[in-house]
Design a protein around this ligand. Structure first.
Ligand code: ZN
Length: 281
């Protein structure tokens, strides 16, 4: 493998407010009960979120799997921890088998991968072969339907189906905090719509739904990070204007009616990678 998948965490510059744990993760509190867990030393810079209240915690995405995430999670979590992968891409399922209680979005594409209560994503949904990562199998404790509100203590998180990047993607919407946990629907950097299962039409439809649904002051926390103007790695946050800019670009690309491979700039925060297939899907 000639691509460098990770670097020593000590060799990279971290934004203020990030604390290194377990010589691999960088964590930051979003508030007194929500922890962002980053992996800035991994080339994809994944971010997972630990959402807690009273005696319950929810881990939205289980990390890239380069290091065990469970010790850190259990240090910070309340008594019970449930893990909820936003979608089946390998870099979000890394630590899935380190947790006993797993929530999965109740979508037909995921139900089709389940047998006797155990889910095994397909190669195309997992994409682990990109980095020689084995496909995991795991027992589903609860199927959460789109529109369902998951309660963690007194906190409520609505499951929103957000296809585009992948057909099985979900985001969590927490109205009380005005916060969307967007996972891979939007993040800082090149958005992947060139991967199998991506669809520009779905991407646009989801953007429009979110623009209608979310308030303009929404805080969008994302699953892949980037660097600030000084080159320091930081937790990825986007806003309503970023969603609107993405919708404009998707609308324009689809209206042109001439599918092409490439990368199109969205704004200072994002670009969109596209394949021929994602125009047709
Ligand atoms: Zn993904």
């Amino acid at each position: 493998m000639n691509r460098k998948l990770e670097v020593p965490i000590g060799s990279i510059k971290l934004a203020e407010g990030l604390a290194v744990e377990d010589n691999w993760f960088a964590v930051q509190a979003l508030d007194d009960a929500t922890l962002a867990i980053g992996e800035p030393a991994y080339h994809q810079e994944n971010w997972s979120y630990l959402i807690s209240d009273r005696d319950e915690s929810l881990l939205f995405d289980t990390g890239a799997g380069r290091r065990p995430i469970a010790p850190l999670v259990f240090r910070h979590a309340k008594a019970t921890v449930q893990a909820f992968p936003s979608h089946m891409h390998f870099d979000h399922l890394g630590g899935i088998n380190q947790f006993d209680s797993i929530i999965v979005a109740d979508l037909e594409i995921l139900r089709n991968c389940e047998q006797d209560g155990v889910l095994t994503p397909t190669t195309e949904m997992h994409l682990g072969h990109y980095e020689t990562v084995d496909i995991p199998s795991f027992r589903v404790g609860h199927w959460a339907a789109p529109g369902e509100t998951i309660t963690i203590g007194a906190r409520g998180l609505e499951v929103l189906h957000t296809p585009g990047h992948s057909p099985d993607s979900v985001s969590l919407w927490e109205p009380e905090k005005n916060r969307l946990y967007a996972a891979d629907f939007v993040y800082r950097g090149p958005l992947y719509a060139q991967t199998p299962g991506a669809s520009l039409k779905d991407y646009l439809k989801t953007c429009i739904l979110l623009l209608e649904r979310l308030p303009e002051e929404v805080e969008i926390v994302c699953a892949h990070g980037g660097t600030d103007a000084d080159g320091a790695h930081e937790m990825p946050v986007l806003g309503y204007a970023d969603l609107a800019a993405l919708a404009d670009v998707l609308d324009r690309l689809l209206a042109q009616g001439s599918p092409r491979e490439g990368e199109t700039r969205v704004n200072d925060h994002m670009s969109l990678m596209h394949s021929l297939e994602c125009f047709a899907a």
